[in-house]
Write a protein that binds this ligand. Structure first.
Ligand SMILES: [Zn+2]
Length: 319
């Protein structure tokens, strides 16, 4: 039940709780798991909360609710769960869903469908569901889930309320940017300690923040003035991969800021982030993360680093 997530996901909990009690439910949600292990359980608890006629959030109350019981035993006709079949979510699965959901709910007044792995919606399957997502019949609620929101097609994202679960980072004591990035970047204690004790690490983190700030402000000029210094600082393929990774996290924090979620990594740069958040819209932020993910895949191949960075700037700058 939803109450189980009250302490680990306080922000989303409150938001969903209020929206249901004030009857301001969106017709489509896209929930990013963001490394949170219990994401699937969370989504089921949310679906249960939507469907429970008594609005129970707590299983102690729920002894007499047949709906919640039926959902628990995977046996409730007004809840449908769709998962990718093979590599993609197929168009046929979604057509089937829409057929089933063309009738009104028999029990209660809501029907909920969950699409797991929304990044597995390709253009064909996404197109077949866009209208249904945007203008569903009364009482139909969509919950889409994904590990990473930036891998989901823009046409889907723009039709959903975007929510992101918090990744628990309890094992890290000092929640400063340097420590968080150290644990994110390296897998073993020796590397982590080296990174933490190296003064140059802070310079590198500053450089990434400054680099993105510069691109967002001065656009293509970054190619002339910033790419060479950056490559001198991140001077091999491994280093460059780290740089791309941190840029992704920086953009993710700008997205966090924009969606009024807590920052995950770049706490010390909140001022920079607030400025950028004013000038970039959510879709472009997701697009930029996507660009970085795509190009970072290419680093390990035999590409020229300078050309790769030039390409990055051009793509980040274009509308
Ligand atoms: Zn119930």
């Amino acid at each position: 039940m939803l109450d189980e997530f009250k302490s680990e996901q306080p922000i989303i909990y409150k938001l969903l709780y209020n929206s249901i009690n004030k009857n301001k439910i969106s017709h489509a949600y896209l929930i990013e798991f963001n490394g949170y292990q219990k994401g699937t359980d969370f989504v089921l608890a949310f679906a249960k909360y939507l469907l429970c006629p008594n609005k129970y959030t707590n299983s102690k109350l729920c002894g007499d609710c047949g709906q919640c019981e039926a959902i628990d035993s995977n046996n409730f006709i007004e809840l449908k769960i769709i998962e990718p079949e093979g590599q993609w979510i197929k168009k046929e699965q979604l057509e089937e869903l829409q057929k089933e959901f063309s009738k009104k709910a028999l029990i209660g007044n809501k029907k909920v469908y969950i699409i797991k792995g929304a990044e597995k919606l390709n253009n064909a399957s996404a197109n077949s569901i866009l209208k249904f997502l945007e203008e569903p019949s009364e009482g139909i609620i969509a919950i889409l889930t994904t590990e990473n929101i930036y891998q989901v097609l823009g046409t889907i994202k723009s039709r959903c309320q975007l929510l992101s679960l918090i990744r628990p980072q309890d094992k890290i004591k000092n929640k400063d940017t340097k420590s968080l990035l150290a644990y994110h970047t390296y897998n073993n204690n020796e590397d982590i300690n080296n990174f933490l004790n190296d003064e140059c690490s802070s310079t590198k983190i500053d450089a990434i923040v400054e680099y993105i700030n510069y691109i967002e402000k001065h656009k293509n000029k970054a190619i002339i003035y910033k790419n060479k210094p950056l490559l001198e600082l991140f001077n091999d393929k491994k280093q460059l991969e780290f740089a791309f990774n941190w840029m992704i996290l920086y953009y993710k924090d700008i997205l966090n800021y924009k969606l009024k979620r807590p920052l995950e990594y770049f706490f010390q740069y909140e001022k920079d982030i607030s400025i950028l958040a004013d000038s970039i819209n959510i879709l472009k932020l997701c697009k930029n993360i996507e660009i970085l993910v795509d190009l970072s895949e290419k680093i390990k191949f035999n590409v020229n680093n300078t050309m790769l960075l030039d390409k990055l700037v051009i793509k980040l700058v274009e509308g």
